[in-house]
Design a protein around this ligand. Structure first.
Ligand code: NDP
Length: 259
């Protein structure tokens, strides 16, 4: 009987925010393709428990992407354990909505620091290892909010547009180095972020959860939330050896919401 293909065997992937939601789905997908996978998050109990469940090609470490010292220590620890990181998935992110007039500097900085600066710092920390390997994949989990404007989301849209700008510029800079840099842009996806958004709409508008969900998915022609596994499929494909000509792209995984 033929074995399952393991095109990422021998590659070490690091998934920020890999303990739950989209990040956990990406980690599981990369493991199924043969990679060694380190997942990171602030909640160390969650990431170590998830990794323990997934077997000895998975490891969980504490890493806060808003803290440069934590990133440096995390990348060093992960590289010492499974070798240099060949695949970086910048997935960690937060989403908080607020009308522009109520978007204070603290909210703005919180989102920019996590969703944009965190990806910058992680990419910078892993790049020497990728250049040493002569091969690398960076996939940034942006959002449809990185490709278009959304009301009440100025900070989040600014961060995700910035992440796409970072993706494009770094892809150009690394084009001759066999390191590709891409973004995936999910629409509303069935994770804690979507659940919190629905709870927020219910609390602020008095709508029912069903009405709030219908409002969220109204812009998606398929009228449904995206499954985390669907985002993971797109991310994993960008990491495959055969995807080397894909770079600088921002791929919407959103049921046709953007074309
Ligand atoms: P979740 O809230 O389920 O997961 C967010 C993850 O990010 C958690 O694992 C969390 O881990 C981690 N994280 C948050 N802040 C930090 C930090 N400072 N340092 C390290 N890790 C951090 O959300 P999703 O899975 O939905 O989101 C994943 C990505 O997908 C985000 O970038 C989000 O913007 C993006 N996205 C989500 C969409 C959706 O509708 N769900 C749509 C479009 C994009 P911990 O708490 O342990 O730190």
């Amino acid at each position: 009987m033929m074995g399952v293909p393991q095109p990422l065997a021998g590659r070490h992937a690091l998934v920020t925010g890999g303990g739950r939601g989209i990040g956990a789905a990406i980690a599981r997908q990369l493991l199924s393709l043969g990679a060694h996978v380190t997942i990171t998050g602030r909640d160390v109990a969650r990431v170590t428990a998830a990794a323990a469940e997934w077997g000895d090609r998975a490891a969980g470490i504490k890493m806060d992407v808003t803290d440069p010292g934590s990133i440096e220590a995390g990348i060093k620890g992960a590289s010492d354990h499974f070798g240099p990181i060949a695949i970086l998935i910048n997935n960690a992110g937060i989403a908080k909505a607020a009308p522009f007039a109520k978007t204070d500097l603290a909210l703005w900085e919180d989102i920019l620091r996590t969703d944009l600066t965190g990806a910058f710092l992680c990419a910078q920390a892993v790049l020497p290892g990728m250049l040493g390997l002569g091969w690398g994949r960076v996939v940034n989990v942006a959002s449809t909010a990185g490709l278009t404007g959304l009301a009440y989301c100025t900070a989040y849209c600014a961060a995700k547009h910035g992440l796409i700008g970072l993706t494009r510029a770094l892809a150009m800079e690394l084009a001759s180095k066999k390191v590709t840099v891409n973004a995936v842009c999910p629409g509303y996806t069935d994770t804690d972020i979507a659940r919190e958004t629905i709870a927020n709409i219910v609390a602020k508008t008095g709508r029912s959860p069903e009405e709030a969900l219908a409002g969220l998915v109204a812009g998606n022609p398929q009228k449904r939330l995206i499954a985390p596994e669907e985002v993971a499929e797109a991310v994993a494909w960008l990491c495959l050896p055969g995807s080397g000509s894909m770079t600088g792209q921002s791929i919407a995984v959103a049921g046709g919401e953007l074309m």
